[in-house]
Design a protein around this ligand. Sequence first.
Ligand code: ADP
Length: 276
Amino acid sequence: MAENCSHDCSSCGADCASRGKQNLKKPLHELSDVKKVIAVVSGKGGVGKSMTCALLAAAAQNKGKVTAVMDADITGPSIPRMFGLTEHAKGGENGILPVLTDGGIQVISMNVLLENEAEPVVWRGSLISGTVLQFWTDVIWTGVDIMFIDMPPGTGDVPLTVFQSIPLDGIVIVTSPQDLVGMIVQKAVNMAQMMNVPILGIVENMSYIKCPDCGRKLSVFGESGVDALALEYGIPNVAKLPIDSELTKAADSGNIENLGNNYLSDFFDKILKKLK
Ligand code: ADP
């Protein structure tokens, strides 16, 4: 048991005897059906977690999976912009309905609930965690094969609550080459291991830039360390995402679903195999 135990496991990560007796997982809405849930996590913000989440969702939808995205990054939601969503979510008698992208991906995000998307969410952690859990319990997710959760960055209060309360089938870790020699990633790996959630793969974003003249891969942020890291933790599925202005353009114009080249398509196939 943790020192100074408050007997409230929802705000504690210690793996002790009292936790074993509690099931902190929250039920889905009675009209919802979600088969697999993957959380996309990063040790810190700005590394391309939402980009990875959006590309994975687009890859899944493209392969005929009924796909959903839960944007749990409450204070920095970017999923609606990447999919060009301008509509608001509608509430019915039975619950909240997600907004649909052009390709049919079901999305819920703070930005499709706010009147004005520029409004800042200045909330305490407990309120933010409560909202994320409501995205799970109060939204009607219809016949979803695979849901991706765009997690808030870091290993703080909100990610911890999501890990404890939503039955995750696995996580994908997003990192960048300059992540302090993997220290920040190690925190995310340790958190997943503490919570007994399988790590399905690591994406190194902004890994390189391709020279438009000679096609050589240039490591602008230094040599990649992700292979060594993946080896150390026994994670065989690694993807390296280049800095590509087509990605920025597609994300900024709401066209992430319509990219000709989805860099994470093969990576997603390997995830699917692991999930079976
Ligand atoms: P995070 O979710 O980790 O905070 P985002 O996915 O929102 O980060 O990415 C931050 C910004 O960088 C966004 O404007 C996004 O479009 C851009 N971006 C992310 N990855 C790439 C990439 N590989 N190439 C070009 N732009 C990228």
